[in-house]
Design a protein around this ligand. Structure first.
Ligand SMILES: [Zn+2]
Length: 349
């Protein structure tokens, strides 16, 4: 039976720049009504002019697909002046992304101490922009890096009582536990790969570079806590894929890049994930409000960002297909494996 559901939103995606951009945008636009695009391009999105130019590039790549909307962010960097932040907001930015120094791709210029950014946060709070945080403390052992960043998050939360904050791609049980004690204006995104992988899927047997991401997949107990949070229907835990394409050669390398390309497979994998847990895909068939795929991918994030829910729909049909080995030079997550759901021909309605 085909399943009709509200078209999903992806609240954390990496699109890169041309010439990679076209096929990457198409892979997201096929499934998602909207996507929150991360600003760690080269050069980073730190001015309204760059943001506007990047939006044009993305719209150009989306081409005729008018059913897709890019939601834009800027990179929070020291010295970002209030006028520029206001210009970024006027140009359509809905959030600013904080990268601690050196924790992920193109974050060499990131932040060590949060205090010098308080002036930026103050303007963001005034403008009701959302602060997205890559919560990993530089220099800490990789499995402990996320929870080690909690004191920095708490400082920002305490100092800015009206600032909405998203802890991006939460990956540990400890951070989820901490989230429960933070105010409701703090939420978290969860990726599909952190629901499916542990560190053993990266290094437990042969080295699997296409399972390598930041924050790195952790212990089974961490993965299980993430699964439980998502399946409980918690509105503060919503979908952000962190789909992060790198060319195959940049992944299969002595110094391989972090990032997993999930855009082409995220929704089919999540549909199977909810079904395995015995939960429905759509809100209309959910016995517990919100404990279904549709709320996780199409409601909670939009509500947190105070955006109208998408009025588009997608139809999932049970059509087995094999994930290709290559999507425009990029190896997608679960390449070569068989998936049970696909989007119905014609795409979004
Ligand atoms: Zn990311």
């Amino acid at each position: 039976m085909p399943v009709v559901m509200r078209a999903p939103d992806d609240f954390h995606v990496h699109f890169r720049r041309p010439p990679l951009l076209d096929s990457i945008v198409a892979d997201t636009a096929r499934w998602f009504a909207r996507a929150l695009v991360m600003p760690n391009t080269v050069p980073p999105i730190t001015t309204a002019d760059r943001l506007t130019a990047y939006r044009r590039e993305i719209e150009g790549a989306a081409g005729k697909d008018q059913s897709f909307e890019a939601l834009l962010t800027f990179k929070v960097v020291p010295g970002l002046v209030p006028d520029e932040i206001r210009a970024l907001a006027a140009a359509g930015a809905i959030g600013g992304k904080l990268y601690p120094q050196g924790v992920t791709t193109h974050s060499e210029d990131g932040i060590v101490d949060v205090e010098p950014l308080f002036a930026v946060f103050e303007v963001m709070e005034d403008l009701d922009l959302v602060l997205e945080i890559h919560a990993e403390a530089p220099g800490v052992f990789s499995l402990d890096r996320e929870i080690a960043y909690l004191p920095s998050v708490e400082r920002i939360v305490r100092r800015f009582p009206n600032l909405r904050i998203v802890i991006e791609h939460v990956s540990s049980r400890d951070m989820l536990t901490a989230l429960a004690d933070l105010p409701l204006r703090v939420a978290a995104t969860v990726t599909v790969h952190h629901l499916l992988l542990t560190l053993d899927d990266v290094i437990g047997g042969d080295l699997r570079p296409h399972h390598f991401c930041k924050p790195v997949a952790k212990r089974p107990a961490d993965r299980d806590a993430l699964c439980a949070a998502v399946l409980s229907g918690d509105p503060r835990v919503f979908f952000g894929s962190d789909s992060a394409p790198h060319p195959r050669t940049a992944k299969e390398s002595d110094c391989g890049c972090a990032g997993i390309y999930t855009a082409p497979v995220a929704i089919p994998l999540l549909a199977e994930f909810f079904e395995r847990a015995g939960l429905p895909l759509t809100e209309s068939s959910a016995p517990v409000r919100g404990a279904c795929l549709e709320s996780f991918v199409s409601r909670w994030g939009a509500e947190f960002y105070r955006l109208p829910l998408s009025e588009r729909t997608i139809t999932l049909c049970e059509t087995e297909w094999v994930v290709p080995d290559d999507c425009g030079g990029i190896v997608p997550f679960r390449s070569g494996s068989q998936l049970r759901y696909d989007i119905a021909p014609g795409g979004k309605a």
